[in-house]
Design a protein. Sequence first.
Length: 81
Amino acid sequence: MSHKTKPTPLYQQVEQTAKRYFESLDDAHTHDVYATFLAEFEKPLLIAALNHTHGNQSKTAQILGINRGTLRTKMKIYHLL
């Protein structure tokens, strides 16, 4: 019997990643971090969700809580179509 460990909550993983990112920044070049972080997070999220649903766009949109048309638009932006 295998024992699965409880995964680290997503918010903690994001917080740890953001902390490391801020620690590596040169303060003189720090701007627009919010938009940058969201853009960097969105593409891998879409890829992971699409892989989870074996490419089913309707299911992917449903689990992400977005419209299928919005998903397709984002897929085009990130060259995932």
